[in-house]
Design a protein around this ligand. Structure first.
Ligand code: MG
Length: 371
């Protein structure tokens, strides 16, 4: 079981289950962006597909809950999976589901492909937000089988839409207005194939700590058989940090002017401090002397200021990665946070390992010119 939880208003967990030998699922917790991906393709290709998809998604995703923009990011992720297969990463025919949510306050944007799901727990119960793109879902919709029968149907894992094959693939996209105290659940079919919605609702209701909730969901799916990889992300809808504007009233004459001078100085100070804070919270990866290094800050100059600080040097060699990534790393790949940068490094390492390349091997020996 690999826990990937942070803080208290969201948590995620992915688990191999009790039958499979590999975990082809992936979970992304990169607030405001959350996603689950269920890779398919076997022979470890599914793992590549789901991690490539989420890596591309986090790079292309908007910062606001804009469903159309999030949909475009999922399409970028689709192209990334297709080109990864073409470049020999994973293999042809590998694919993945993606259910992605961008959460800001009570606003949620969803983009979705495949049979992973998004649910919203609110006062009226557990509402399924997404429609599965699967054969059994089509059969339920047409009345051929029931929800219960779909759980044991021999073709229950056949999905009708996925990332990785069709360059013209479109995700379902929409926006939802949640309420404070609601709870968003993203999950792979390893959860929903094992547990009925009523049981999922019961667990989400009983464990208010997101970290506990994800553990209990995974445990329950395993107790029910754990036939597939199980991935869950739980995001509590909480109030944002709203700062109320100052309500100071300027006085008359020189006092008023003085207040204004202070106000202007304060605004400038806040702007500089804000920019600094913004840069300090962000990070980017760039190639230096063939190795990928992590900087806190933003690449380039900002109003003559260099807002970057070396965070870590890694042993990942850029030239061993696929050419597109290597090219992007030459100029810098910006990410949300230092944590996200380290996660991307882990993704790169995982990709290299699946290719049989030792990620710590360092740069190839220099050309000597001898034939
Ligand atoms: Mg699955």
């Amino acid at each position: 079981m690999s826990a990937v939880s942070r803080k208290r208003w969201y948590a995620g967990l992915t688990d191999v289950g009790r039958v499979r030998t590999h975990n082809e699922d992936a979970v992304l917790l990169e607030p405001p962006l959350f996603a689950v991906a269920d890779g398919l393709g076997g022979h470890e290709a599914g793992e590549v597909a789901s991690s490539v998809a989420l890596g591309a998604l986090v790079e292309a995703a908007p910062r606001r809950p804009d469903a159309k923009a999030l949909g475009r990011a999922v399409r970028a992720a689709n192209r990334a999976v297709i080109s990864a297969a073409r470049e020999g990463l994973g293999r042809n025919g590998m694919g993945t589901t993606v259910t992605a949510a961008l959460v800001e306050g009570t606003r949620i944007a969803i983009a979705h492909v495949g049979d992973s799901r998004a649910y919203l727990l609110h006062g009226d119960g557990l509402e399924r937000l997404t429609e599965d793109h699967s054969l059994v879902a089509d059969m339920i919709r047409s009345g051929t089988i029931t929800e219960e029968q779909s759980r044991t149907h021999p073709n229950r894992s056949v999905i009708t839409r996925a990332l990785g094959t069709d360059p013209n693939m479109y995700p379902d996209t929409f926006e939802v207005e949640a309420g404070i105290g609601d709870r968003l659940l993203l999950c792979s079919d390893g959860l929903t194939g094992m547990l009925p919605d009523a049981r999922i609702e019961e667990i989400l209701d009983s464990y208010r700590d997101p970290e506990m909730a994800v553990r209990m969901l995974v445990d329950a799916a395993n107790e029910a058989g754990g036939h597939d990889n199980i991935s869950v992300a739980v995001v509590d809808i909480v109030t944002g940090q709203h700062r109320s504007p100052a309500t100071e009233r300027p006085g008359r004459g020189w006092l008023s002017a003085l207040v204004w001078v202070f106000a202007v100085v304060a605004v400038l100070g806040i702007a500089v401090w804000g920019t600094y804070r913004y840069a300090y919270d962000r990070a980017y990866l760039v190639t230096e002397d063939q190795y990928v290094v992590i900087y806190r800050g933003i690449p380039g100059d900002f109003a003559g200021l260099r807002l970057r600080w070396l965070e870590a040097e890694t042993t990942v060699t850029a030239s061993a990665l696929d050419p597109v990534t290597a090219q992007r790393l030459a100029t810098g790949v910006p990410v949300e946070s230092v944590d996200a940068a380290f996660e991307l490094i882990e993704l790169y390492r995982a990709h290299l390992e699946t290719q049989g390349v030792d990620p710590n091997a360092g740069p190839p020996p220099a050309e000597t010119g001898t034939p």
